[in-house]
Design a protein around this ligand. Structure first.
Ligand code: ATP
Ligand code: ATP
Ligand code: MG
Ligand code: MG
Ligand code: MG
Ligand code: MG
Ligand code: MG
Length: 281
């Protein structure tokens, strides 16, 4: 680089605080749309779930996964997405601000770039421009990482059951927002299922999986490892990444080439993880 080092101003660099995240831990970067309640009103998102808006979130998240091959899985619901880096991740020396800002800005860039594909007749215009906040949280082991993922999916379920019931009472039952809210106060899941079924003939189980389960993104490998245990799905596993440099490079290349898939399935029970052992290994 040019001779700009060692100027009398150089000392200001020392004011920077280092912010590396604890080694050997899972890193979750969760982003969330800023003021999306208002934004979704402004662009007339369908209630309770606008499918276009979810597809757009997922499309932007897929691009983030492709851009950052270190990511092993991501989970999205509503206006939020959680991106997961494995304990071995060394991207940006695990610097907190670098990881979070890169994910937030890459996601936002794609969200805005892809908007016209999903909302062709609703152009974005200031001051309602989408932006996202983000934070990194570290988790010390796989059990707690999985509990984190479960927490988000349970949240998805609880919110979606509430929103589905609320908006059915308003849109199909002709109730005011206040009356619907009042009646739902203090109800449990079975109460809401019953309101939906008895009053509106809706079986909540038949609602779309994307709304009930949220969206999980992971890499689907085409290459079959000889030792991989055969699974009912057409998938193969990648061996544990504890090997030599060249093997690690090979895995990295594999990760980059692998297709990112979008799924709407249960990630709370063991089954999802047992059938895709490479995600957490
Ligand atoms: P990193 O991801 O580590 O930041 P980088 O490639 O962005 O890597 P920087 O140190 O941030 O590296 O430097 C930005 C580089 O972008 C400059 O060195 C220059 O090559 C290029 N660049 C930025 N702005 C301009 C500009 N206005 N005109 C020409 N080149 C530019
Ligand atoms: P904050 O800036 O604090 O995050 P917010 O208005 O974004 O505020 P959230 O708790 O993040 O509040 O909730 C996001 C809101 O965005 C939802 O409550 C819902 O109103 C709206 N929303 C997000 N995605 C969709 C969607 N796919 N369909 C319909 N509405 C949506
Ligand atoms: Mg620069
Ligand atoms: Mg928020
Ligand atoms: Mg939000
Ligand atoms: Mg939110
Ligand atoms: Mg730069």
């Amino acid at each position: 680089p040019p001779d700009m080092a060692n100027s009398k101003f150089e000392y200001v660099k020392d004011f920077e605080q280092s912010d590396p995240l604890l080694p050997s831990t899972w890193i979750v970067v969760r982003i969330d749309g800023r003021g999306f309640h208002k934004l979704s009103d402004h662009y007339a998102f369908q209630k309770p779930n606008d499918r276009r808006a979810l597809d757009l979130m997922n499309a932007a998240a897929v691009e983030v996964m492709k851009d950052l091959p270190d990511l092993c899985i991501a989970y999205g619901v509503s206006d939020e997405y959680s991106f997961v880096f494995p304990p071995t991740c060394q991207l940006f020396e695990r610097r907190n601000a670098k990881l979070v800002t890169t994910i937030v800005s890459t996601f936002t860039a794609y969200y805005i770039y892809l908007w016209p594909t999903y909302f062709p007749s609703t152009p974005l215009a200031p001051p309602y421009l989408p932006s996202f906040d983000g934070r990194a949280v570290i988790y010390p082991n796989t059990r707690i990482l999985r509990d984190y993922m479960s927490w988000r999916q349970v949240d998805c379920h609880i919110n979606n059951l509430y929103n589905t019931t609320f908006w059915t009472m308003v849109l199909q039952g002709g109730m005011t927002n206040t009356d619907a809210e009042q009646e739902l106060k203090g109800t449990v899941s079975s109460d809401k299922n019953e309101i939906l079924f008895k009053r509106f003939g809706i079986n909540y189980n038949n609602e779309g999986e994307i709304y009930k389960k949220g969206s999980v993104l992971y890499r689907q490998y085409e290459l079959v490892e000889p030792k991989a245990t055969p699974s009912t799905e057409d998938e193969a596993s990648v061996p544990e990444a504890k090997q030599s440099r060249s093997q690690q490079d090979k895995l990295k290349k594999l990760r980059r080439k692998a297709q990112v898939v979008v799924d709407h399935v249960d990630i709370i029970k063991d089954n999802f993880w047992a059938r895709r052992p490479w995600i957490l290994s």
